[in-house]
Design a binder for this molecule. Sequence first.
Ligand SMILES: NC(=O)c1ccc[n+]([C@@H]2O[C@H](COP(=O)([O-])OP(=O)(O)OC[C@H]3O[C@@H](n4cnc5c(N)ncnc54)[C@H](OP(=O)(O)O)[C@@H]3O)[C@@H](O)[C@H]2O)c1
Ligand SMILES: *[C@@H]1O[C@H](CO)[C@@H](O)[C@H](O)[C@H]1NC(C)=O
Ligand SMILES: *[C@@H]1O[C@H](CO)[C@@H](O)[C@H](O)[C@H]1NC(C)=O
Ligand SMILES: *[C@@H]1O[C@H](CO)[C@@H](O)[C@H](O)[C@H]1NC(C)=O
Ligand SMILES: *[C@@H]1O[C@H](CO)[C@@H](O)[C@H](O)[C@H]1NC(C)=O
Length: 332
Amino acid sequence: MLTFVLSFPIVVQIGLLILSLAGGLKIYLELTKGVCNSTVQLTGKTVIITGANTGIGKETAIDLAKRGARIILACRDTKKGIAAKDDIVRHSGNDNVIVRYLDLASLPSVRNFATLILKSEQRLDILINNAGCIALEKRLTADGLESQMQTNHFGHFLLTNLLLGLMIKSAPSRIINVSSNVYRWMKTLDLNNLNSELSYNNNSLYHGVYYTSKLCQILCTRHLAPLVNSSGVTVNSLCPGVVHTEIFRTTSSWFQMLAAFVLPIFFKTAKEGAQTSIYLAVADEVSDVTGEFFRDCKIEKTSRLASDTGLAKKVWELSESFVGLKPEERHY
Ligand SMILES: NC(=O)c1ccc[n+]([C@@H]2O[C@H](COP(=O)([O-])OP(=O)(O)OC[C@H]3O[C@@H](n4cnc5c(N)ncnc54)[C@H](OP(=O)(O)O)[C@@H]3O)[C@@H](O)[C@H]2O)c1
Ligand SMILES: *[C@@H]1O[C@H](CO)[C@@H](O)[C@H](O)[C@H]1NC(C)=O
Ligand SMILES: *[C@@H]1O[C@H](CO)[C@@H](O)[C@H](O)[C@H]1NC(C)=O
Ligand SMILES: *[C@@H]1O[C@H](CO)[C@@H](O)[C@H](O)[C@H]1NC(C)=O
Ligand SMILES: *[C@@H]1O[C@H](CO)[C@@H](O)[C@H](O)[C@H]1NC(C)=O
């Protein structure tokens, strides 16, 4: 067989090698895809999912709605949110789904959203910090924060803190942070440049600020977990895998081409990408697990940087000051 292949022209040999490597990778990815098999029902429970109008968030919402929960879709575009709500109701047969306006890139919007939730909801059992974006150009929001760090990290940081009291009251409850394995690309974290004060890394092949925002999510998950452990609130972060969604719409043209033509073969569907979020939200076997990072429905050891509790504490404190969290807003 080998001698037969070796008799082919070299380009054909290389082509065959690439094809078999790709095939091997595809088989590996298929076999390691995590699937949530839990049949737990969520009747009487309330769930908030940020960025739930599309992609992973929407698929997560459909699954949790099927389990009977009250679902609050936190979206920055109410029109898109309502269209998604109609779909979610149709797919799940559960009409206890509502849309609330939330722009994570605005601290006043996060505060208004939280105030409304605290006034109108009796309980909050599951918070899924799912919304996220990638940006190439440095843009400061009206709050003076870099837009990507604010959407992915600072906005969710404030949101989580403001809703924590209600979650403690509703315990056992679960906070789930949709992060990403790309945090591993960050080998150091410059605390003086958390908000891109000194430099902005927008190399089109290396979305450094996005990676940093995902690292901060994991560090803050680590820091909060022990603080609320005795209150019955668990906090975990996760990587959904590489998923075919709209997230690549704002990446470099190079990335977008890759995402459009080459990678779809290896990508997960949004439904497959939602499995770890769903697993962390419902599975009985993780009811006491907290402060961990998951991928494909399994705990994964984080990098040395992401496991550094001293660094986590500093990022937490800096985040408090960036979002203007008041001492009386601490619920631990
Ligand atoms: N796809 C992947 O391969 C991958 C890999 C690792 C991690 N992730 C993470 O998975 C999460 C979900 O992403 P996805 O892949 O499902 O992407 P997506 O299809 O682009 O969905 C992102 C969602 O976030 C919302 N959003 C963006 N900025 C917002 C803001 N300022 N305020 C409120 N909502 C905002 C979007 O709303 P609009 O529709 O209004 O823009 C959208 O609903 C993200 O945290 C992402 O970082 C994805
Ligand atoms: C779900 O079931 C499949 C098939 O039995 C199994 O391989 C997988 O590990 C299960 N998922 C989890 C998260 O336990
Ligand atoms: C990087 O950001 C600068 C300043 O915001 C911008 O002028 C430049 O076009 C960006 N580079 C890329 C590759 O997007
Ligand atoms: C993730 O978890 C931490 C701790 O629970 C929280 O403060 C943070 O805001 C959460 N969300 C993000 C996106 O970091
Ligand atoms: C939470 O508390 C349990 C029981 O006291 C303990 O075993 C566990 O290590 C704690 N976890 C964290 C992250 O503090």
